[in-house]
Design a protein around this ligand. Structure first.
Ligand code: F6P
Length: 557
């Protein structure tokens, strides 16, 4: 306990000091000690650290925490003013100070028939208006009533965007595409990479007369997206023998916070969907940036996604901190990162439909909280936000789990699993697929157990026969979804969004800006000018290492 040592009594009590002392005390105990066999206390611990919210079940019992840890963490959150900051977020206060904006992505999923919190009304009204326009566009497409420049009905959509304008929509499309009837009518393809490598095969196989481009870019200036758009338009124009402005009028939908730039580019206003600056890029999948999801899955699924996220908003806004799932996940994450000093966190979905969840969370968490200057201008003296990485769990078992079990690195993990799946197939196939699901769940639970307990997970009778040296003590959470549907996925993603916000409050950071990604873009612009033959920019290449690489690139092109 914090107060048990005379040496510590001399320290001023702060929640952080208390947590540091508690961490020191807990370091002496392994997860095996904490989880501890089948005693009553161990059973109570398992129950106390598991939480159910609708179709989501969160198990924190394999984290290196006790109920005392949780109450100290909640004290910390209180001391940071989490409740009032949560209120300020929903009230549309200027929580993104560096960009002088609010952060109101929750407005994009606020239902039409529920009164928004004071301060969010205008934002909700604007989002509702855009949602009506989005719905009309999607219906027009699904009714085979959207015709390309040559008069043929659209069958394929190429969504062009990057970062927040790609990762969320793409991940959702992949997760939910199977089993959505409307996706049979419209095929959606995602293109993000600036090198054209994703675009090229699409240009080879899609019918240009039946292809619609969705240009998703909050700023409408991101080079990656602009270059892909221009190449795709050139392809359509050449193939259809129609000039670019005409193609643009018929076969491009623009989604951006910059309507004037879309108009200047030649996208007609009736094909523009707009969102506002107060929705950050990595929080934008609920806004019209998600239009391609709706085109693929249908409006009903898109609405269900928003409804699930909204229900998590309400839970986050209303639940006491000790019962708030996003808060608990955030607190445990901060505990692992700051107090147990675990530098990396792996996300392991045990369902291949969620294969892009790790990539989506990388941006959400690391672009938001990967910062070391606080809101008050002071430098942070510890790591904020672990390095997030991951892979589909069953495949990762055959790739990097060796290191996690017996290597020297400490890692924390989120296992994400789905309890059941509705499948329409002949009975024999259904039975076999059900067995595959059971096998997957069994593997997920086994790995979570082994991460936590190491050698102690090996049953006594087998100990002499199995290779040992499993390190264990790798803290992990399990997020079990009853099923993977739009509603549950919406709730899960909103949980992670609020996790990020809570951690930003704990670390006193602005999670809504990303100044660290700007300089790289500027340097790339200079180097692009050199590589593409503008010698005037040569002087901007400063270091011999880069100059040498540049020479080689120029020589080989
Ligand atoms: O990489 C930085 C970033 O600004 C992300 O925050 C954003 O999601 C991405 O670029 C794409 O930006 P835009 O939607 O403006 O094209």
């Amino acid at each position: 306990m914090y107060t048990s040592s005379p040496q510590r009594l001399s320290r001023v009590y702060t929640p952080i000091n208390a947590l540091e002392a508690h961490a020191e005390h807990l370091q002496a105990q392994s997860l095996s000690d904490l989880i501890g066999g089948e005693s009553k206390a161990a059973c109570r611990r398992a129950t106390d650290l598991a939480f159910t919210l609708g179709p989501l079940y969160l198990d924190l019992s394999k984290q290196r925490i006790t109920s005392e840890t949780l109450s100290l963490l909640v004290d910390w959150a209180h001391s940071c003013g989490l409740e009032s900051k949560r209120h300020a977020l929903f009230a549309g206060d200027m929580v993104n100070e560096s960009e002088r904006r609010s952060a109101l992505h929750m407005a994009a999923r606020w239902p039409a028939d529920a009164a928004p919190p004071a301060g969010m009304e205008e934002a909700v009204e604007f989002c509702q208006f855009q949602r009506v326009r989005l719905t009309a566009m999607v219906e027009r497409l699904h009714d085979a009533n959207w015709f390309g420049a040559t008069g043929q009905a659209i069958t394929d959509v190429v969504h062009i965007g990057v970062g927040g304008s790609d990762l969320g929509p793409k991940m959702i499309s992949e997760a939910l595409a199977a089993g959505c009837p409307s996706q049979k009518r419209i095929n959606v393809h995602y293109v993000s990479s600036m090198d054209g490598a994703q675009l090229l095969p699409l240009m080879e196989r899609l019918d240009p007369a039946k292809t619609l481009l969705v240009l998703a870019s909050k700023s409408f200036t991101t080079a990656d997206t602009q270059f892909n758009l221009r190449t795709a338009l050139a392809w359509l124009s050449e193939a259809l023998e129609i000039d670019v402005p005409t193609v643009c009028r018929h076969q491009v939908v623009g989604v951006s916070a910059k309507p004037e730039k879309m108009s200047e580019f030649g996208i007609p206003t009736e094909h523009q969907l707009i969102f506002k600056d107060w929705i950050g890029g990595r929080f934008s999948l609920w806004s019209p940036i998600g239009v391609s999801v709706a085109m693929q899955l249908g409006i009903e699924s898109f609405d269900a996604l928003l409804a699930g996220a909204h229900s998590m908003d309400r839970h986050f806004l209303e639940a006491p901190l000790m019962e708030s799932l996003p808060t608990l996940v955030a607190l445990v994450g901060a505990w692992n990162c700051q107090f147990l000093k675990i530098p990396t966190h792996t996300v392991l979905p045990y369902d291949a439909r969620l294969k892009s969840l790790p990539a989506y969370l990388q941006q959400l968490e690391m672009e938001s909280n990967g910062k070391s200057v606080c809101l008050d201008g002071r430098s942070v003296t510890h790591a904020t936000c672990p390095i997030i990485w991951g892979e589909v769990g069953p495949n990762a078992q055959h790739a990097f789990y060796q290191l996690l079990h017996q290597g020297g690195h400490t890692v924390s993990a989120d296992f994400v699993a789905v309890a059941r799946r509705e499948i329409e197939a002949p009975q024999a196939v259904c039975d076999l697929l059900a067995a595959q699901e059971q096998l997957t769940l069994a593997n997920c639970l086994a790995q979570a157990q082994l991460f936590a307990l190491g050698d102690d997970a090996i049953p006594t009778v087998l100990r002499g026969h199995m290779a040992q040296g499993y390190r264990g003590n790798q803290p992990n959470s399990l997020l079990l979804m009853k099923q993977l549907d739009a509603w549950s996925l919406g709730a899960l993603l909103a949980l992670y969004e609020h996790k990020v916000f809570v951690q930003s409050v704990l670390w006193n950071l602005n999670p809504f800006d990303q100044p660290g990604v700007e300089l790289g873009k500027k340097l790339a612009t200079s180097l692009f000018n050199v590589i593409s033959g503008n010698a005037l920019e040569q002087s901007l290449v400063k270091d011999p290492s880069t100059q040498q690489l540049l020479n080689k690139v120029v020589e080989w092109r």
